[in-house]
Design a binder for this molecule. Sequence first.
Ligand SMILES: C[S@@+](CC[C@H](N)C(=O)[O-])C[C@H]1O[C@@H](n2cnc3c(N)ncnc32)[C@H](O)[C@@H]1O
Length: 175
Amino acid sequence: MTQAWSDLCLWEAFFNERRLGTLIELGTGAGGMALFLGLQCHQRGIQFYTFDHQQHFDFSRGLAQLINLHASFRHVDIFSEAGIEYISGVMEDCPRPLAVFFDNGNKRREWSLFAARLRAGESGMSSTPIVTGASWVCVKIQVQRIAPGAAMRACQPSFSGHGPWMRPSAAKACR
Ligand SMILES: C[S@@+](CC[C@H](N)C(=O)[O-])C[C@H]1O[C@@H](n2cnc3c(N)ncnc32)[C@H](O)[C@@H]1O
């Protein structure tokens, strides 16, 4: 897993505070975070997808096998024409509300391609520097930091910089 341990606290609080139909992770990597997110989604009845153009992770053993994590994995180049079309289709058809974890390695590009497909009130999770700069905020859509509830506030002393962002209902796409 390439996240800080404190991110798990933040994610758990995020799951507790926001109702989700689907979570999409862009960038599976070695699969540690996919395992955590997949288990959370499995327990909470949330549809989970994780996308990568390489398969670094063995889904056939242990917890991954028990929760059938392989069924969530999509072997896709997310920047290819086919990949963009495929992911856009998944985002269109999946149970809502949707949240997207932008962790593919080129966050600006993935944010600009896919964040605008989030609907009002839905969430994108990314590291703070990606979306705090004015140019980032307006890559495609306006976002606002989700005001943390009590559980999220409890995570903040060990906060690593990742954060949930929401598309506010009043926001318009800004080009
Ligand atoms: C930072 S890692 C993901 C880490 C993972 N989310 C975690 O927390 O454990 C980034 C991943 O993005 C994948 N990636 C890079 N470019 C990609 C592309 N064009 N399409 C799909 N995946 C890509 C890499 O193979 C790598 O596994």
